[in-house]
Write a new protein. Structure first.
Length: 370
């Protein structure tokens, strides 16, 4: 075409000197090649790039899609089919709202008191009572076991009242270990190990009691402890912040390592997220099973003569942060730390002792060593 010809050799700019003519035609040829390439007129043979500058291709790119990423979907389907187990223990003196908080967490009547429906007398010594439920949400099934500890901290003399709880936790480890060591063990060992212990602190506004310190100091070595300030709506915001700071100082002073434990952070991302949680411990919480209408919204809350305390409102209490920790962000990690750290420590000690001790003697010795 005339446009293409003018690109190669304008009629009014023909150079007379031979070297200049050669140079001019080389430049014009490059322009022509560039023009053909932009118009998709360049033969494919002319577009080949030297192998030395071609980017290397992975095998999947050379031969097509492999499907390695489908392993995630396979794992999801298997997990959905098997379901999940989560065992949570609640410890604290009576009247701190343990049953109410558990019901609020799972938005179901899952506590033992909710099922019994009657008020029980405080036992003369600490008892261990558990109840299990099947909970399903959006196709995900979970077997939730709630272990209650009636009688803890309710006696005149509460010395060593932590021992039945320690024994119960170690007994679950022992049961799991025996199943593991069985020659013809089950394809899937039932997991009754305690994954989390919520410890309820009375809202005194001062500092931890000696019983609180002794319990958490001993039990934090065998189970994940999450301390909470119960019925936090009985404290002003200033009292609450002061109390939380005093508790953190007591935990540090007595070397009590509550969940999430700093030494178990897996990477920098975990550390950043867990540092924010550690700054909030203990969680100041309020529980309620009652719904109210507030500004056109249905909310879980507690009515007082000053107004309505909204359970899930983070400006009212820290229940939402506790729920997120236990269920939405760290549930699997709670199980992993239980299995890989606490149970593994029990297993190593148990196997290093040999098989000469009976189950009762083993648990007793382990309890006395903690």
């Amino acid at each position: 075409s005339s446009a293409l010809a003018s690109t190669i050799l304008p009629t009014n700019q023909f150079p007379m000197d031979y070297p200049e003519v050669k140079k001019y035609f080389l430049v014009s040829l490059l322009k022509l090649l560039s023009h053909l390439k932009s118009c998709d007129l360049m033969p494919s043979a002319c577009l080949k790039v030297s192998p030395s500058v071609q980017p290397e291709k992975t095998e999947s790119e050379q031969f097509g899609y492999v499907g390695i990423d489908s392993i995630l979907e396979q794992m999801r389907r298997k997990a959905m089919k098997q379901g999940f187990e989560f065992n949570i223990m609640v410890v604290g003196q009576s009247g701190l709202g343990k049953a109410t908080l558990i019901n609020t967490l799972f938005k179901s009547k899952v506590s033992r008191k909710s099922i019994a429906g009657t008020e029980e007398q405080i036992p003369l010594m600490v008892e261990m009572k558990s109840i299990s439920h099947e909970i399903e949400e959006k196709g995900v099934r979970m077997k939730l076991t709630v272990i209650d500890t009636p009688g803890f901290g309710d006696q005149v003399n509460n010395e060593n009242c932590w021992q039945p709880i320690m024994k119960f936790i170690n007994n679950q480890y022992e049961t799991y270990l025996k199943e593991e060591l069985t020659v013809n063990r089950k394809k899937r060992i039932p997991d009754t190990r305690v994954h989390c212990c919520i410890y309820f602190i009375a809202p005194t506004g001062h500092s931890l009691r000696p019983l609180d310190i002794e319990f958490m100091r001993r039990l934090s070595k065998v189970v994940n402890i999450v301390p909470v300030i119960a019925k936090a709506d009985t404290l002003t915001l200033e009292e609450r912040d002061f109390f939380k700071q005093k508790i953190r100082e007591d935990l540090q002073k007595h070397d009590i390592n509550v969940y999430p434990q700093r030494q178990f952070d897996e990477d920098k991302e975990d550390q950043i997220m867990n540092d924010k949680i550690r700054e909030m411990v203990p969680f100041a919480v309020v529980g309620s099973n009652l719904e109210y209408q507030v500004n056109g919204r249905r909310i879980l809350g507690r009515k007082t003569k000053w107004g309505t305390v909204e359970v899930e409102n983070i400006t009212h209490c820290e229940f939402a942060y506790l729920r997120d920790l236990l269920i939405r962000t760290h549930m699997q990690n709670l199980k992993d730390v239980t299995s890989n750290i606490h149970y593994e420590a029990y297993r190593v000690q148990r196997l290093s002792e040999g098989n000469g001790l009976s189950e009762g003697e083993t648990v007793k010795d382990l309890n006395s060593n903690v």
